[in-house]
Ligand binder design. Sequence first.
Ligand SMILES: [Zn+2]
Length: 64
Amino acid sequence: MSAQAAAAEVSPLEPTPVGRCQHCRLFAWQRERARDAGDAVTVANMNDQLRRHPHRRFSDWRAK
Ligand SMILES: [Zn+2]
């Protein structure tokens, strides 16, 4: 296996879960499971969910 192929599997551009967000952690967990299973569709799907998941800082809520 070449280094290039390995780098392509785990893209540095993949979204990462936001700190305390349980939804993001669930998405990330499912993504890793799907990756282990070789399920590229679900991996992409979870990445999409992570990327789109809206977040507001706790301080934003308090400001209003
Ligand atoms: Zn989230």
